[in-house]
Design a protein around this ligand. Structure first.
Ligand SMILES: NC(=O)c1ccc[n+]([C@@H]2O[C@H](COP(=O)([O-])OP(=O)(O)OC[C@H]3O[C@@H](n4cnc5c(N)ncnc54)[C@H](O)[C@@H]3O)[C@@H](O)[C@H]2O)c1
Ligand SMILES: O=P(O)(O)OC[C@H](O)CO
Length: 342
């Protein structure tokens, strides 16, 4: 992508976040152009027909009108045509399949692919920017992450996130394409740090939710945030993240948001489990909680790298039903005393 852009952005995944980002992109960023067009791809034709008829994505982001230059479509070719930026906003485990299906429609284009999902791929243990490089090597990967609820962004509430790409100029251009009056986008070249924070915080937020659901008190919640952050820093150090990134929006910022807000699906999943609901009951009500799918692979990576992550491991053991919540709490508290630090 260059500054001589087509003004066309393709958003794949018409969930809450894809829809909020489509509206943001449709505003044209820091240099709005009249010709900006945003395609919003959803797999389900009925869903697309509803959005076209009503101008709202009532299934995923009710009450938020789509801007007139957002074009919902279920046609991959139409969605991808002439796009000079691609936003991938499907669940993390669906990213590879989406990119594979896109391949014939983006051949010849070098449009950057901005991963907006938060997770780590099962089976391979690969970070999501790596998945982009493997499947579509001609397309530079970028990562958007940070404390941001789709509902907040859609309402224009002040939000700040990080957007990383290997090339600093590309990161700055992409940040400019998405920035808006209420949406501040910091650019970064630390893709690994930005994506790793977004993936790990979802797992740690489940632990905070469990503590809230069990009425363990605000002190326990704060301890979990602080010691969870220590785990995040250890994990990041082992996997090449820059410390400053982990202390920034996509690390500490998103960890705090997700560990403390009832709007978070990962926190809500933990609350439900803490109150005695089953995973199936809670998931059916809450929808996509990426921590459920990331915890196993996060722990596998941590174990392989010799990184101590007791909170993440406790979440994984509870979600895999290897131990009960009460056993997990008792095990965490029974760990030998140690010097504080990371
Ligand atoms: N909702 C938020 O506030 C928010 C904020 C930041 C990041 N995210 C991240 O964005 C990602 C998506 O979250 P969401 O909230 O939009 O989820 P969502 O559950 O609202 O929507 C996911 C959408 O992806 C679609 N989908 C699934 N597989 C697909 C495929 N192969 N091709 C096309 N579409 C597919 C589903 O049909 C659904 O519409 C997650 O990784 C999440 O962590 C969400
Ligand atoms: O609802 P959650 O838990 O997926 O969190 C949404 C965003 O990732 C918050 O930054």
């Amino acid at each position: 992508m260059t500054n001589g852009r087509s003004g066309r952005i393709a958003v794949f995944g018409a969930g809450a976040w894809g829809t909020a980002l489509a509206n943001l992109a449709a505003r044209g960023g820091r240099e709005p152009r009249a010709e900006t067009v945003v395609t919003l791809f959803a797999r389900d034709c009925d869903h697309v027909a509803e959005m076209q008829a009503t101008g709202v994505n009532a299934r995923r982001l009710p009450g938020v009108p789509l801007l007139s230059n957002v074009r919902p479509t279920s046609d991959l070719a139409e969605a991808a045509a002439d796009a000079d930026v691609i936003l991938a906003v499907v669940p993390a485990q669906a990213l590879r399949g989406l990119l594979e299906s896109l391949e014939p429609f983006v051949a010849g284009s070098k449009a950057p692919i901005v991963v907006c999902a938060k997770g780590i791929e099962h089976g391979t243990g690969h970070f999501l920017s790596e998945v982009v490089s493997e499947v579509l090597p001609d397309h530079p990967p970028a990562v958007l992450s940070g404390p941001s609820f789709a509902q907040d962004v859609a309402r224009g509430l002040p939000t700040a996130v990080a957007l990383a790409a290997a090339d600093a100029e590309l990161a700055a251009i992409l940040a400019g394409r998405l920035a808006g009056p209420g949406f501040r986008v910091y650019s970064s070249t630390d893709m690994r740090g930005v994506e790793l924070g977004g993936a790990a915080k979802n797992v740690l937020a489940v632990a905070n939710g469990v503590a809230a659901g069990r009425d363990l008190g605000a002190s326990a919640g704060a301890a979990l945030v602080a010691r969870g952050f220590a785990e995040l820093i250890r994990f990041g150090r082992a996997f090449g993240a820059e410390p400053a990134t982990l202390m920034g929006l996509s690390g500490l910022g998103d960890l705090v948001l997700t560990c403390t807000s009832a709007l978070s699906r990962n926190f809500s999943l933990g609350v439900a489990l803490g109150r005695g609901q089953t995973i199936a009951e809670a998931s059916a009500r809450i929808g996509l909680a990426e921590g459920l799918y990331t915890c196993g692979v996060l722990v596998d990576l941590a174990n392989a790298a010799g990184v101590d992550m007791p909170i993440a491991k406790a979440v994984d053991a509870v979600l895999a039903e290897r131990i009960t919540i009460d056993e997990a709490i008792a095990e965490l508290l029974a760990r030998p005393s140690k010097a504080e630090g990371v």
